[in-house]
Ligand binder design. Structure first.
Ligand SMILES: OC[C@H]1O[C@H](O[C@H]2O[C@H](CO)[C@@H](O)[C@H](O)[C@H]2O)[C@H](O)[C@@H](O)[C@@H]1O
Length: 597
């Protein structure tokens, strides 16, 4: 059985990530990209679907772990009655080769260790052919995939697994290196695990040293930025929403989605957080990814793309996997990619505007794309859509979607005014006023004293907290204050926010989801804008306490079971954490800047 979600740490190489359990088992790894098929899929099934365990034989061993400095090199120490041993894990990358290295090092006494390697390509389904090469390394091949395994420990095959037992005394070390390539390419040289670890640590540390400091909450902010960077593909610049598919929003339920794609919404928010952290090169890389992904007719803009900008993300179910703790179905691909979600226009224009203001030199294709998108939006902003929560039910006039359409026109007008780019600003001003009026008339319920999820409904939705954050209305406007109060009253569960009222949001899915962490961070941002700084700090600190022992967050938190739920680690949660930390720490944080109208 897989571990609890918060019991995983991740290691990554900016192309893919592996989930490493506290128990020393790597239960998830897709090779070579985040969205490739997994060769370790025990996370969504059982150990026969693929995993790599290295752990003491003694079942009672207690583990403690941390990252080496500001890196993604993970150290897990196991304490047993006979001694202490440490496992150091890292993922790296050479030309067309992915390396997973693990070093077992004895710290005190002597510990009897075991390893079990179950390699299953194609999401746990395909058992590869195993053989021993002339150079002594083990080789596993199936279809396009080849893995070569080098180890200082003697290993043997047993019931379709590779297993070994070894003792580690204080001062001793055993090294393992697993290298993946396409099966038709030359067999790669063996990796040098120690050199790989050193190099990975230095690269990550150098990157993190460029951070604009945030004082009080530096540690969680740096770990969140490292996680966002690790979710960014090094070559394409695409940013995935999370490293996993189908970790459930409700354990045992069907709300299981594939997040290994690049949502424009999540990516623009990520860039916003990276710009606040001072990382302009990443902003440029993502902007260039966007220009390539969105190339073509603006009518064809998708709300998400593959890592390289791929458009077809066909969703299918993987019936041979039982799902995380039985949460079925396991899905690959995402049908939401075909939805209309109007808010992405606003998020794109807002982030590109922020990037210009932050000094990102414009690319000559940027404004033509922005202009084309706004001209397209002018023709369809008044259509119903699927909204920020990607509801698979009937389309509606979501208030948040319309507000973000307002943002798109607002930022386009500002760009004409402030940067002298060319566009029909007078026409856009007219549309901007129309949307504003319409939202205030149809998206606001005077009896409730609050904005509502969609026109004419009485359902509350935490996305309404973004209204003051994007400058649609001032934070002290009574309608905004009323909305914050209504959200606190109706969406707060055990001190954290649900994203909308369960069962009333008509998403045709079972109720019972956990608190949506990004929404709870938006409440922190609203408190900051209202000057409720004590409330902001208290809620922020409580949210930080939900991070696992290595600072990672999934999408949601289920307060009843005290567990993280949803895909992991999730960019949306981490970027919201970073933005709230900057809002709290700086007099002129991102919320204050953005809310200037
Ligand atoms: O719950 C319904 C939807 O859930 C996913 O979307 C959520 O995650 C996205 C990526 O982080 C985020 O952009 C979106 O706002 C969230 O609602 C899922 O990917 C959808 O297919 C699903 O309909």
């Amino acid at each position: 059985m897989a571990s609890r979600i918060e019991d995983y740490a991740v290691i990554g190489n900016c192309e893919t990530m592996a989930l490493v359990g506290r128990d020393g088992s790597i239960d998830w790894l897709c090779l070579p990209r985040f969205d490739s098929a997994a060769c370790f899929a025990a996370l969504l099934g059982n150990r026969d679907n693929g995993r790599w365990l290295i752990a003491p034989v003694a079942a009672e061993a207690a583990s403690k772990r941390h990252y080496r400095g500001n890196s993604l090199v993970l150290e897990t120490a196991f304490e047993t009655s006979t001694g202490v041993v440490q496992i150091i894990d890292a993922l790296s990358r050479r030309d067309r080769v992915t390396d997973l290295v693990r070093i077992v090092s004895g710290l005190s006494g002597s510990v009897e260790m075991q390893t079990e390697i179950v390699l299953r390509f194609d999401y746990g389904r395909t058992i590869p052919w195993a053989s021993r090469r002339a150079d002594g390394r083990l080789q596993f091949v199936a279809g396009p995939d080849r893995i070569v395994l080098d180890s200082s420990v003697s290993l043997r095959g047993e019931a379709m697994r590779t297993v070994g037992r070894f003792d580690v005394r204080a001062g001793e070390e055993h090294c393992f290196a697993m290298s993946w390539t396409l099966s038709f390419l030359a067999v790669p040289e063996a990796a040098d695990p120690k050199r790989v670890l050193e190099q990975e640590r230095n690269t990550w540390e150098e990157w993190a040293a460029r951070l604009t400091p945030v004082n009080t909450w530096s540690q969680p902010v740096v770990r969140s930025l490292l996680t966002l960077k690790a979710l960014t593909h090094r070559e394409t610049g695409g940013i995935v929403a999370a490293a996993t598919t189908s970790l459930p929003e409700i354990v045992g339920g069907p709300r299981n989605w594939d997040y290994r794609f690049c949502w424009l919404r999540d990516a623009t928010f990520t860039i916003y957080a990276l710009i606040n952290g001072g990382f302009m090169e990443e902003a440029r890389q993502w902007r260039d990814w966007l220009l390539r992904a969105a190339a073509g007719d603006p009518d064809d803009l998708q709300i998400m793309y593959g890592i390289g900008g791929e458009r077809r993300l066909t969703e299918y179910e993987v019936p041979w996997l039982d799902g995380y703790e039985g949460s079925r179905p396991v899905r690959v691909g995402n049908l939401a990619s075909t939805q209309l979600q109007l808010d992405v226009f606003g998020e794109l224009l807002d982030t590109l505007y922020v990037a210009r203001n932050a000094g990102l030199p414009p690319n000559k294709a940027t404004w033509p794309l922005e202009r084309a998108l706004v001209l397209h939006l002018a023709k369809m902003w008044d259509q119903p859509d699927s909204g920020i929560w990607e509801m698979r039910g009937e389309k509606r006039h979501f208030t948040h979607s319309k507000v973000m359409a307002w943002v798109a026109f607002d930022r386009a007008i500002r760009m004409v005014d402030e940067f002298g780019v060319e566009g029909p600003a007078a026409e856009w001003q007219h549309i901007r006023s129309r949307i504003h009026r319409q939202v205030c008339e149809q998206g606001y319920d005077p009896k409730l004293g609050s904005f509502v999820q969609s026109y004419g409904s009485s359902v509350l939705d935490a996305s309404l907290l973004l209204l003051p954050l994007v400058g649609f209305l001032p934070p002290d406007d009574p309608r905004v204050v009323g909305t914050i109060e209504a959200v606190e009253r109706r969406l707060m569960r055990d001190g954290f926010l649900l994203r909308y009222e369960d069962g009333r949001g008509s998403d045709n899915l079972p109720a019972g989801q956990g608190a949506f962490l990004a929404c709870s961070f938006w409440l922190v941002d609203n408190y900051v804008l209202l000057g409720r700084l004590d409330d902001a700090r208290t809620l922020f600190e409580r949210l930080l306490s939900l991070c696992n022992d290595v600072g990672l967050l999934a999408e949601e938190y289920d307060a009843r079971s005290g567990r993280q739920v949803g895909n992991f680690p999730q960019a949306f949660s981490h970027l919201a954490l970073i933005n709230s930390a900057y809002n709290l720490a700086h007099h002129r944080g991102p919320a204050k800047e953005r809310s200037k109208t």
